[in-house]
Design a protein around this ligand. Structure first.
Ligand code: GLN
Length: 496
């Protein structure tokens, strides 16, 4: 048969259950690909021995027959894990020097759920340091290279960020699917730049326990997948109530795969005029119009909506997220985790030198901003005011969702850009998330679906946002969009 690493996750799952391929064969096929794709720098750690052991255990369970109760929904399927998820006994870096040598004694709930369902861990994926970034260029482990290139141009491009290792490895088929996290857009923006499907679930749908915290009121984990079906299968396994995360919600997890292909006739699709921003490439405008036309053709009613507070979303995000980050990152002091400076006189200089050496520039910038906006004299002017605007943004969405079922927007304001192109101007980098941060501030589910290509052949995604906990309607819409767009090209394997 074909190389098992060429199958989608759902196809591989079915082939494994039908015994057309073994998990060990699939795992070895992926490990061989990872070996050949080192130039993409997608993995921080490859756990080859662990992967083979897990694959053998899966094959033993599959030998009992596909309907045996020991066989899980993802039995034998090899996955990559963003290096923000704690994995027991396996180096977990969050893309930072300060976590050097950190081997958690526990497993994150998300990864534990995936292993419970039989998935196999191939390794830990590169990412922006502490998930701060939109291009994967803040990683201590170096940037990731997007498998996609402009036509006739070898210039290396970003796979987006912060989940750049996840997006690039799924696009290059170095794993059947990957975990990722999204605090301001880090699942949806990289998905858009790599022709993959990324889903940020409703805040509280997926447990944050064991996920290294960036901004706790915004962080949410989700899948990075080859297509909409794969994302549905993965999210089902990742989601669910967890008593270890007090913000996780006790609601039944629907079978998202069952929603695929259901008619979207009569659904109301909101199109917010404020997302038509100055300087947006014409190709993205056109793609958005095309997306609206596809939804109309599928029988949806298109509703023009207004979300006037959209312009405050990025400023609010860049107060709230750094504030929470400055608090969360206080724990990295050279005592409890990872790196400790070797040169110091007393405990204070040990803390100072450790943090000066261990954190990169972008992380330091966030800690400085966050500490500033929380300080006694500025708390009311910045942090408190930002929280109030955040509540108003939530109210604005609640109002919009009383009129529409889904909101359709572009996922990102541009296609993949060149490495180094935006590193000198942090605001330019922050603008990447202009369409996605709103969903985090309001806690809404959002997803990016491959929808087309720009003139240079680079992928572009469209975003769907849904009501809290209505991922099912979102998946119906995503599937319809995917079917209409048929944007299923693969990058050329120039690296192999
Ligand atoms: N790019 C945004 C930031 O740098 C969002 C990152 C994320 O979603 N983790 O904060």
């Amino acid at each position: 048969m074909t190389n098992p690493a060429d199958l989608t996750l759902a196809q591989l799952r079915d082939a494994l259950k039908a015994k057309k391929v073994s998990s060990l064969e699939a795992t070895d096929a992926y490990l061989a690909r990872i070996e050949k794709a080192k130039v993409l720098n997608t993995f921080v750690t490859v756990t080859a021995d662990k992967a083979r052991d897990m694959a053998k255990a899966s094959d033993a369970r599959l030998a009992k027959g596909p309907n045996n109760s020991d066989v899980g929904d993802l039995e034998g399927v090899p996955l990559g894990v963003k290096d923000l998820f704690c994995t027991e006994g396996v180096l977990t870096t969050a893309g930072s020097h300060i976590l050097d040598g950190f081997q958690p004694r526990y497993e994150s709930t998300v990864t534990a759920n995936l292993w419970r369902d039989g998935a196999v861990m191939l390794g830990k994926l590169n990412m922006d340091e502490f998930a701060m970034g939109s291009s994967n260029e803040t990683s201590y482990y170096g940037n990731v290279i997007n498998p996609w290139r402009r036509e006739g141009d070898d210039a290396p491009l970003t796979p987006g960020g912060s989940s750049g290792g996840s997006s690039a490895s799924v696009a290059a088929r170095l794993c059947a699917g990957a975990t990722a996290t999204d605090t301001g857009g880090s699942i949806r923006q990289p998905a858009s730049l790599t022709n993959t499907v990324g889903v940020k679930p409703t805040y509280g749908r997926v447990s944050r326990w064991g996920v290294v915290a960036f901004a706790s009121s915004l962080d949410q984990a989700g899948p990075m997948a080859q297509d909409v079906r794969d994302a549905a299968v993965m999210l089902k396994s990742m989601a669910g109530h967890d008593p270890k995360d007090s913000t996780s919600i006790d609601r039944a997890v629907p079978d998202y795969e069952a929603a695929l292909g259901q008619s979207i006739k009569g659904l109301k699709i909101g199109v917010p005029k404020e997302y038509r921003i100055d300087g947006m490439p014409e190709e993205i405008e056109n793609l958005w119009s095309q997306g609206i036309a596809w939804m109309k053709d599928a029988g949806c009613e298109i509703v023009d909506i207004s979300l006037p507070l959209t312009k405050y979303a990025l400023p609010v995000y860049y107060i709230v997220a750094p504030a929470e980050a400055s608090s969360n990152l206080a724990r990295y002091d050279g005592v409890k985790y990872g790196h400790r400076a070797s040169d110091y006189q007393d405990i204070l200089s040990m803390y100072e030198n450790t943090r000066a050496e261990g954190f990169g520039d972008e992380v330091k910038r966030r800690i400085l901003i966050g500490t500033y906006v929380l300080s006694a004299g500025y708390y009311d002017a910045y942090y408190l005011r930002a929280q109030k605007v955040r509540k108003k943004i939530f109210d604005e969405f609640t109002d919009a969702f009383s009129k529409v079922d889904l909101i359709l927007t572009p996922s990102a304001p541009s296609a993949a850009f060149g490495l180094g192109e935006k590193t000198s101007d942090p605001v330019q980098m922050y603008l990447n998330d202009v369409f996605t941060v709103t969903g985090n501030l309001a806690g809404l589910p959002g997803a990016s679906v491959p929808a087309g290509y720009d003139k240079q052949g680079l992928p572009l995604g469209l975003q769907l946002l849904a009501r809290p906990f209505d991922e099912e309607t979102m998946f119906k819409g995503m599937y319809a969009l995917e079917q209409a767009a048929g944007a299923n090209r693969r990058p050329q394997e120039w690296w192999a």
